[in-house]
Design a protein around this ligand. Structure first.
Ligand SMILES: Nc1ncnc2c1ncn2[C@@H]1O[C@H](COP(=O)(O)OP(=O)(O)OP(=O)(O)O)[C@@H](O)[C@H]1O
Length: 714
């Protein structure tokens, strides 16, 4: 066994040397080629290609590949070793597709075998542009190369061995590593079920329910890199966008795409993106406004049902209601009168209606109004032309100018904010719905929305409706469609938000990822994936479930599953990868003792060389207090209160609801008592989110009665 390993290692050392020499040679050649800066178009294109190769080779220099697959197609008499890396490298200086390149790009069709093959003697196959290619796999090997040095060779499958495939061994090695303050790429260990999602066809609204730590965010980013490779003729990075919950999260994931050699993809929160398009004179209330109601109050939280404002305003019910209102607006918007520029001259209502409802019907409402008014102006000019009497001409000009202004005022104002406001006050002039229809909006929603809108303030939950009206008025979506949209943490998105985004993307090309068990913003998000799936025709959408969790140890996953079983009653439980660690510690301590425990834990984590630790409190106020106490003790800690744009790593103190999406080597969850985490799925989900942030260690601290979602330690 040892001999086999030695010879494999020697063989890979030799291959690495060959690969590195070739990469060095090509790079030196390219670097010595003078950069073309002239105006000749052909030369400019050639220079661009050279520059792209320069950059690709530079990325391959330190670690040209991470895997090897020996594959024999049915047409060949022997297996060919295929080396798979983050970027493809050809033999020689030509930039054309080669049958057996030196290194194959991980996104190439043949590389999918490396991910989908999980062992067995049966033939394996992959889909190539020319059809299905079948053959036999002889070897699957993982290689760790760092800074040009071969560090590890792990065979996860050899055909002539009677050992089963051990693909988890290399994965476990990778998962056991400590993380820093950024998410990383996983090209060397993408799992078969993740690969299916990454390589799924482009023109589908893909919905992925994935348990905590199943790699949803990571997979979405790899999918973008794949789409750019696979559909390079059809899509551009600048026309793709990732929506994530906040700027800090965007910062946390910001290294992955550059690691995958992808730049220029837009990344934003829905709120910032929508506000930018709407360009309103109103103020967006910060998200903390809602958190105050749902997270900071431990007692007397509002009941959560479909009539709470976030759920209602995010529903297709509300969208349909707006549709109806807009239809009525359209039908009734032409002033019910002829237009007379001066006494004795009349443009009949029927002509104006004909322009609006027939000739310009393909334009959006605001444009139609604009066109009709411009046409009336042109009509006035035509009617003025034959008038030769200068006194009369002057008089008519003045009259018509005043009258057209007055007439234009009789049209509704096609401004999204004004119309949105009117939706909530049918008794006002300019209302677009009659009272009887209006009564279907929950009374509480009307009451609270009126108050905020009156103060020129809007909430996040208003953005979908506002944007929808804006699009209907101005049709700006068709001019600036995305090629692909990723929505991360999609369980916190509403169906209405997705319906609006669907107007902004070609061919329903979405990757929508989330976890219902982490739906802590259930007051605005979905409760079931059907709510989103039903927005699309069956052939335009696909659903995947990721159940394996890669982040945490088995002990942590099993502990977190227990919380879900007790508090959420779901079948969406995580299946751990077989990575064992410390038992979860559940410790009853008084507040004075807790401080000592925290200090001990931090010391212990430092010895384990953990880079990131989180202290999770139930509320923001408690996080602030704990942060101050720890600062006073001389500890070097960061507070995360929702206002940060960057995740620093180190020791962070934060309320549990702000930890979503992040991960830490160790987590200390504070105040896990029956007061802080009481009855109700929302508290259980909060606890679940908190516990599943931990990679290696989880400590639970409480005082008094333990929360019912956690089993009393024996
Ligand atoms: N195939 C894999 N190989 C190695 N690591 C992986 C793999 N898949 C996921 N991971 C790791 O698991 C962790 C969780 O990944 P990620 O944050 O993408 O999951 P998630 O499903 O978005 O999590 P959550 O919903 O809990 O925020 C990350 O550290 C990621 O690198």
């Amino acid at each position: 066994m040892e001999d086999t390993f030695q010879s494999a290692y020697q063989e890979e050392m030799r291959q690495l040397e060959i690969a590195q020499q070739e990469i060095d040679r090509q790079l030196t050649h390219l670097r010595n080629t003078p950069v073309y800066t002239g105006h000749d178009f052909t030369e400019q294109v050639l220079e661009e290609t050279r520059e792209a190769r320069r950059q690709r080779l530079a990325r391959a220099e330190d670690a040209p590949y991470f895997g090897r697959l020996d594959f024999q197609t049915n047409q060949k008499s022997e297996a060919t070793p295929l080396y798979i890396g983050k970027v493809g490298v050809n033999h020689g200086d030509l930039d054309v597709e080669q049958e057996n390149p030196l290194v194959i790009d991980w996104r190439a069709p043949i590389a999918s075998l490396f991910y989908s093959f999980t062992g067995g003697l049966e033939p394996a196959s992959y889909e190539a542009p020319e059809g299905t290619i079948e053959g036999l796999v002889y070897l699957k090997r993982n290689l760790v190369i760092r800074k040009k040095i071969l560090q590890r060779v792990v065979d996860t499958y050899t055909r002539d061995s009677d050992q089963p495939a051990v693909s988890d061994e290399f994965l476990l090695y990778r998962l056991g590593e400590n993380k820093d303050n950024r998410l990383r790429d996983i090209v060397s260990t993408i799992q078969a079920e993740q690969d299916l999602i990454i390589r799924a066809a482009k023109n589908t609204a893909l919905m992925i329910q994935g348990v905590a730590g199943s790699g949803k965010t990571t997979v979405a980013l790899h999918r973008l890199a794949f789409l750019l490779y696979q559909y390079q003729e059809q899509i551009r990075a600048e026309r793709m966008i990732i929506f994530a919950p906040n700027q800090m999260f965007l910062n946390y994931i910001s290294d992955v795409l550059p690691e995958l050699g992808v730049g220029n993809i837009q990344q934003n929160t829905f709120a910032d993106w929508a506000m930018n398009l709407l360009d309103l004179d109103a103020k967006l209330l910060p998200a903390t406004d809602m958190w105050g109601i749902w997270f900071e109050t431990l007692e007397q939280r509002p009941a959560l049902n479909d009539d709470v404002s976030g759920r209602y305003k995010g529903s297709t019910r509300f969208k349909q209601w707006i549709d109806k209102s807009m239809e009525l607006l359209e039908v009734n918007c032409v002033p019910d009168m002829d237009f007379s520029p001066w006494d004795g001259k009349v443009l009949p209502l029927q002509t104006i209606r004909n322009w609006f409802f027939e000739e310009y019907k393909h334009y959006a409402l605001a444009k139609r109004k604009e066109r009709v008014l411009a046409r009336i102006n042109r009509w006035i000019e035509m009617e003025l032309k034959p008038i030769t009497n200068t006194v009369k001409l002057k008089e008519f000009k003045q009259k018509s100018s005043t009258r057209i202004k007055a007439y234009a005022k009789k049209w509704p104002e096609f401004d999204a904010f004004t119309l949105y406001k009117n939706l909530f006050q049918p008794d006002k002039r300019g209302a677009i719905l009659q009272q009887d229809r209006f009564e279907s909006i929950p009374a509480d929603v009307v009451k609270h929305t009126r108050i905020t809108l009156k103060n020129n303030e809007i909430r996040h939950e208003d953005l979908a409706g506002l944007l929808y009206i804006h699009v209907k008025l101005h049709d700006m979506a068709s001019e600036s469609r995305f090629d692909h949209i990723v929505i991360d943490e999609a369980q916190d998105f509403s169906p209405f938000q997705v319906a609006v985004l669907d107007l902004f993307v070609r061919n329903h090309s979405f990757t929508i990822l989330g976890d219902l068990s982490q739906g802590i913003h259930a007051y605005q998000g979905i409760h079931d994936w059907n709510e989103m799936q039903s927005l699309f025709e069956a052939q335009d959408t696909a659903y995947f479930a990721l159940t394996r969790s890669y982040r945490s140890t088995m002990e942590i996953i099993e502990f977190a599953n227990g919380i879900l079983e007790r508090g959420v009653h779901t079948d969406l439980l995580a299946v751990p990868v077989f990575r064992s660690g410390q038992q979860v510690q559940v410790l009853e301590k008084t507040s004075v003792e807790q401080l000592q425990v925290i200090q001990d834990a931090i010391q212990q984590f430092e010895q384990s060389e953990y880079n990131t630790t989180a202290l999770l409190t139930r509320t923001l106020e408690e996080a602030r207090t704990l942060y101050q106490t720890l600062l006073d003790q001389g500890l070097n800690v960061n507070l995360i209160d929702g206002s940060q744009n960057e995740y620093q790593g180190g020791i962070s103190v934060l309320p549990v609801y702000l930890s979503k999406g992040l991960e830490f080597d160790a987590v200390l969850l504070m105040d896990a008592d029956a007061y802080h985490y009481r009855e109700g799925a929302m508290d259980a989900k909060l606890l679940y989110v908190g516990c599943t942030r931990a990679l290696h260690e989880l400590w639970i601290l409480y005082h008094g009665e333990l929360t019912p979602f956690i089993q009393q330690p024996a």
